[in-house]
Design a protein around this ligand. Structure first.
Ligand SMILES: Nc1ncnc2c1ncn2[C@@H]1O[C@H](COP(=O)(O)OP(=O)(O)OP(=O)(O)O)[C@@H](O)[C@H]1O
Ligand SMILES: [Mg+2]
Length: 401
């Protein structure tokens, strides 16, 4: 069976993760190589030092290439950062041919109309995602091709990014000889890896808690209706521990990962007052979890405020799916449920054939999701019901060349 090579580069603020693999004719993904490197030269999802960022990406790419045994030529790249904005916009076109049959080129036309929103000069359109079509007033149409009508309307979710931020990222990647197949907003990639189809249909909010950003995407009726990037993540939790307990940042980070637990206390648990010995420090579990909990409570509330509908229990009945490295924090789902009163679960990427064992961790949701996005949208020239639209993403890439 013919197999096509695909790769992904997830440039996070704590790690760069690259994945190489291939897909067969049925779009089944196989992973051939994974490369990880600590991330340098990035702040809140944006490149702040091109040389350092390029070196980190190069290291992660070389590691993946060594396992895969071949060179990475092109990759699907994740984009995040507080420079991202999004808006919902509508478009309409007439079907003027005598047969009144909606054809693929009409979808392209109507999306071009919807795409023509006012974007500030320093922003560029990253995605134009068709959410739902209307044919002659009949709404809720997911795929209008082949239907008859005089008028075709579309509702879209449009995501824009600061041109310079994306240029800096693409420059780092092209600087090591890798072409870019697609630029994908990171929470859309993470959603590919951790959300169930029923959740997207009923309404769900995804939050990818990374090192210094929390990436949010809300899905309803099987399509994305809201995206946003909060400039806060696991880094702020570790910094609070470091300040609150007078430890180095590295020690605080280590303590958080090894002993951090924010599960709500129900009564006077004696273990809460047990001291934790770390190097020459001795701290109480209760102090540690109280510091973490204050930050996490604030983060969960900030995530919830982002919901486009205030009656979120009704709007997102499938609740909150938390992923990203920060979602590894013990007790996070319970605490988040206590705050939000909606179902909360931790999103772990699925196991994929090949050398992917270590990827079944929330920290790799975006990286695995980029591979799945690429496999599901590869070569598609027309909009995908799940939200990919290569036909419009590619012209964006030309802008950044
Ligand atoms: N077991 C754990 N408990 C608590 N936090 C954890 C745990 N494991 C990892 N983290 C936190 O997860 C964060 C890193 O997550 P992730 O790898 O998803 O970030 P990233 O993708 O590099 O960053 P970003 O998406 O913000 O650019 C760090 O702040 C780290 O402290
Ligand atoms: Mg990330």
């Amino acid at each position: 069976m013919k197999r096509t090579r695909i790769s992904a580069i997830d440039v996070g603020t704590t790690k760069v993760c690259t994945i190489m693999g291939d897909i067969d004719e049925k779009n089944n993904v196989r992973i051939m190589g994974v490369g990880l490197a600590p991330s340098q030269g990035l702040s809140k999802g944006m490149v702040v030092n091109i040389n350092e960022a390029r070196d980190s990406i190069r290291e992660a790419v070389h590691k993946a290439e060594r396992t895969a045994g071949y060179k990475m030529e092109s990759a699907c790249v994740g984009v995040t950062g507080r420079h991202i904005s999004s808006v919902n916009n509508k478009g309409a076109v007439a079907i003027s041919r005598t047969d009144r049959l909606v054809r693929p080129e009409d979808l392209k036309r109507v999306l071009e109309v919807a795409r023509s929103v006012e974007v500030p000069n320093d922003q560029k359109v990253l995605h134009v995602i068709p959410r739902v079509y209307t044919v002659d007033g009949q709404d809720g149409v997911k795929d209008p091709v082949g239907m008859h009508g005089f008028r075709l309307d579309v509702e879209t979710h449009i995501i824009t990014a600061a041109a310079t931020s994306v240029q800096n990222l693409t420059k780092c990647i092209r600087g090591i000889g890798i072409e870019i197949d697609d630029l994908i907003l990171e929470p859309l990639a993470a959603a590919e890896a951790v959300l169930e189809p029923e959740e997207r249909l009923d309404g769900v909010m995804l939050a990818d808690i990374g090192g210094s950003t929390t990436d949010i995407a809300v899905f309803k009726d099987n399509s994305v209706c809201f995206t946003s990037i909060l400039p806060i993540g696991g880094y702020q939790i570790s910094r609070d521990i470091s300040i609150g307990l007078g430890l180095s940042f590295e020690a605080a980070e280590e303590l958080k990962k090894r002993f951090g637990n924010v599960a709500p206390w129900h009564g006077e648990e004696p273990e809460a007052d047990k001291p934790i010995t770390y190097g020459q420090h001795s701290i109480s579990s209760r102090d540690l979890s109280e510091i973490i909990r204050a930050r996490v409570e604030e983060l969960v509330r900030l995530i919830l405020i982002e919901s486009p509908e205030k009656d979120f229990a009704h709007f997102i009945p499938s609740g909150l799916v938390l992923t990203g490295g920060g979602a590894n924090l013990a007790g996070l789902a319970e605490l988040s449920h206590d705050i939000t009163r909606v179902p909360v679960r931790i999103g772990i990427p699925p196991s994929i054939p090949g050398v992917s064992d270590a990827l079944c961790d929330p920290a790799y949701a975006t990286s695995v999701g980029l591979m799945l996005w690429r496999s599901r949208n590869k070569g598609a020239q027309m909009p995908q019901s799940k939200g990919g639209f290569r036909g419009l993403v590619s012209p964006v890439l030309r802008l950044f060349r």
